[in-house]
Design a protein around this ligand. Structure first.
Ligand code: NOJ
Length: 562
């Protein structure tokens, strides 16, 4: 590893989605903390620097754990706090860092704070912890404003008072089971300070902050209708701000990216800085354009922000050059590294997404009735090229579990298996995100492809397709040309050549659809076009396609020794 003094500036961070990684408890078909611990050596073998764990906290699992009922305990589904401590110890023994997920915009409706709010009268201290408002209409029968939930349907639900009569409404930007907290209330700030300290005291290296653009809402909660974009959609999967009418200055919805949200992160920054080691905050903020997103990583706020603008960039030479330049410039402007990401648990896996044709709005997912789905081999071919390009970029890169195996989105999940609230709240109009959450295939010949390791472990909470077999980790390990070996080779070279700490020097003389640059000792050529291009006469280090030699075929990336 060549991480430099602030490890997060160049780290490769691997996202584990606990319920889908490895089932080591009870063989119930749901992944858990002991399962993760047992599989950690595979991450060292892969060559990543850090692990980000999606939520494993006490939760009714209405949104796969992003509905937290106790921030300071482990859900029995995933194990115990002792299991967490064992996992954390092992991660650190292996020389990796550990980031956990923090979900501050909303709690579960089963959280004791919300239950207390429901049991307390209008205007009470307990109600003030959440966003309760009177309804409109003569009897308060209409929602307080026109906001829509990111998952579809209204963002407000009316409650019944303890005497059974219809009462106030509460805001939930996501599912009904995820009431938004009131970040105007200092009490909420205090509780989250305690939660941060709880996990920092246990030794975590940082937090990925969920919906980091959403905590504060505009005073008065005004009505808002998102502008319709050029492609006919209104907003991104997690409620992106734009790109709207004018990309340079998109309107700011009253529920996202309010200026006052930054106070929260300044408070958190101080808490993290009071701990030894380099503890970090990474913003999940769907904010565009990039200079606006960069406000989340000013020196006294967070350390990293996911670069979703990069994730959403099509496989197109000119677009890629622009987003790379813009990303580096925007983050450098505030002294932060750029991050790079192609997949996560909310988007169609990039082995499918980058080769989709037609309209596929982010967050809608793809399924059996979707059109424009690529052939799996073609999707993977392009994804390998895209990954190889991403891993040469200076800054920190995020990988999502299973992409190192080349996993595609699972298109043909049976309707009855789907669990994403998006699927239900849009009355099956949007497939949602289950297709990227199917459990990992570890061993080609084991039941549930080795996902469920306990005795009789044949289950998997989302069904794994039969063709998962050929993507299994053991079918790829040590096999020249496999996607796993491509990732291993790239991560090894990225570390050896300190690419994460380097810089980009564009190379001239290539067609517009070719992305060509030098990052220190490595020259990178990515061909997004439809004809082969001639490679310079340099030593070929790694190529995303084995046929690359003097000529670089379409949808292929090569690394050469500069
Ligand atoms: C973003 C998370 O990544 C997503 O999975 C979740 O549904 C929403 N935030 C709400 O917490």
């Amino acid at each position: 590893m060549t991480l430099g003094s602030e490890w997060w500036r160049s780290a490769v961070i691997y996202q584990i989605y606990p319920r889908s990684f490895a089932d080591g408890l009870r063989a119930d078909g749901i992944g858990d903390l002991p399962g993760i611990t047992s599989r950690l050596p595979s991450l060292v073998q892969l060559g990543v620097d850090a692990v980000w764990l999606s939520p494993f906290f006490t939760s009714p699992q209405k949104d796969a754990g992003y509905d937290v009922a106790d921030y300071c305990d482990v859900d029995p589904l995933f194990g115990t706090l002792d299991d967490f401590d064992a996992l954390e110890r092992r991660i650190h023994e292996l020389g990796l860092k550990l980031i956990v997920d923090l979900v501050p915009n909303h709690t579960s409706d089963q959280h004791e704070w919300f239950r207390a709010a429901l049991a307390s009268p209008e205007g009470s201290v307990e109600r003030h912890h959440y966003m309760f408002r009177d309804g409109k209409g003569s009897a308060g029968e209409l929602p307080p404003n026109n906001w829509e939930s990111v998952f579809g349907g209204p963002a407000w639900t009316r409650i019944h008072d303890t005497d059974g009569s219809p009462g106030q409404w509460y805001l939930h930007l996501f599912d009904t089971s995820q009431p938004d907290l009131n970040w105007e209330d200092p009490w909420v700030h205090q509780r989250f300070h305690e939660i941060l300290r709880f996990w920092l005291d246990r030794g975590v290296d940082g937090f990925r902050v969920d919906v980091a653009h959403g905590l504060k809402k505009a005073p008065g909660l005004p009505d808002y209708t998102p502008p319709v974009l050029a492609d006919g959609t209104t907003a991104g999967s997690m409620g992106a701000v734009g790109p709207a009418v004018d990309d340079a200055d998109p309107p700011t919805p009253p529920y996202w990216a309010q200026d006052s949200v930054h106070e929260v992160y300044r408070e958190w920054n101080e808490i993290l800085a009071s701990y030894p080691g380099e503890r970090v905050l990474c913003a999940e903020a769907w904010v565009e354009p990039l200079p606006k997103l960069a406000r989340w990583v000013r020196p006294d706020e967070m350390h990293q922000a996911f670069n979703f603008s990069y994730l959403e960039t099509p496989w197109d030479g000119a677009a890629l050059r622009t987003i790379i330049d813009d990303s580096i410039a925007a983050f450098a402007g505030v002294g932060a590294p750029s991050t790079w990401v192609l997949s996560n648990h909310d988007v169609v896996r990039h082995a499918t997404r980058l080769a989709l044709t037609g309209d596929h709005p982010q967050g809608a997912g793809v399924g059996p009735l979707s059109t424009g789905i690529p052939d799996r081999a073609f999707g993977l071919h392009r994804a390998r090229a895209a990954t190889l390009l991403m891993l040469t970029l200076p800054g920190s890169a995020y990988l999502y579990q299973g992409e190192e195996l080349g996993l595609p989105e699972v298109i043909d999940l049976p309707d009855a298996a789907r669990q994403d609230p998006t699927w239900f709240r849009t009355k099956h109009e949007r497939y949602g995100r289950d297709g990227c959450r199917v459990p990992i295939p570890w061993e080609a010949d084991a039941p549930s492809f080795g996902f469920s390791t306990g005795a009789g472990g044949t289950k998997s909470w989302l069904p794994q397709p039969a063709y998962w077999r050929e993507y299994s980790r053991d079918a790829q390990l040590g096999v020249a040309g496999s996607t796993l070996e491509l990732y291993r080779a790239a991560l090894h070279e990225r570390a050896a050549s300190a690419l994460g700490l380097g810089g980009i020097e564009w190379l001239d003389g290539y067609p517009d659809d070719v992305v060509a640059f030098r990052n220190g000792a490595v020259t990178v050529i990515a061909n997004t076009g439809t004809s082969s291009v001639t490679l310079p006469g340099l030593e070929l280090l790694i190529a995303s396609d084995a046929s690359a030699a003097l000529q670089l075929p379409p949808d292929t990336t090569a690394w050469l020794r500069s």
